[in-house]
Design a protein around this ligand. Sequence first.
Ligand code: PLP
Length: 351
Amino acid sequence: MSKSYFRKAVDAMSAYVPGEQPKIVNLVKINTNENPYPPAPGVSEVIRNFNPERLRLYPKSDCDDVVRVIADLNNVETDMVIAGNGSDDILNIAMRCFCSPNLPLACFKPSYSLYPVLAAMQEAQVRQIALNDDFSIPENAVEQAAGANLLIIARPNAPTGNSFPMSQIRKIIEDFDGIVLIDEAYADFADDNCMSLVKEYDNLMISRTMSKSYALAGLRFGYGVAAKTLIDGMMKIRDSYNVDMLTQEIARAAFLDQDYLAKTKNTILATRARLERELSALGFSYVKSQANFLFASPPDRDGKRFFDELRQNSIIVRYFPGAVTGCYVRISVGSDTEIERLLTVAQRMYK
Ligand SMILES: Cc1ncc(COP(=O)(O)O)c(C=O)c1O
């Protein structure tokens, strides 16, 4: 094989594997935690009224209009907010700011599989801390994370869907000698969130996304909130135009319709409760979810068999191989019709 011109770390790393976007007719796609409902009506209005001539000019670098709305909604100052091209962009910027060959990352397992990939790009070591059997955070997590400069906690966690007690999170932020980034991609579906803590702790950052609760995964908009000093540093590292003009305006319109957000969220939570109930009746176990998905294990604990059978029926969920995760599939809470199709297959298999 010819010589590689890549950095050793690039040759050595594995790429992140996103959930499939298959082209199957009559597909039920409940594998990447997208929202089954359309985005807020204001989004269509912005797109309809947008004059393409405006695209001659660069977008606002500081995203000030949408940042003001985010600051108001979260009761923080505008200089505590950074906008990004999805929350993956925020995670990536944080990794570039805080991790390097001498500054490791700490994160949990199982959790969002992008974190170690981003660390590999920085040639940073990763301290992966195994969650307990019930997917709670072990008591000695901070000891296990010692020496890391950044600790990422997905709360609610993915792919398991559970949250972690606020008192434990506070203690981790206080005891950990580094930056704690709480990835709140699913927090809009949860009973509580950590946003108010950013005013108390200057080593805390929160990341959020519009991909799930706002039904805007295709738009790519996320944001980070933290003490001004952290945001100032992250601003140095991000691309100057990391959010395009149309995205800034669409995101703002969607944020301004909080009633619509609440309505779709409540519908999703009702479907989630129904999914939990009906799977339980068939002998499934599941992790109590605080997100728009359910990590569920069939009666025979064979996640792969259930995944394969669903796929045969054009229903795509997510399967994570592994001793622990392989007993489960992750089911995004789709529409009632989509969930009914999944339940029909489950009834055929396990009743
Ligand atoms: C825990 C977690 N964080 C972040 C993201 C990425 O979100 P975004 O679409 O904003 O990049 C995901 C997407 O699945 C996720 O599960």
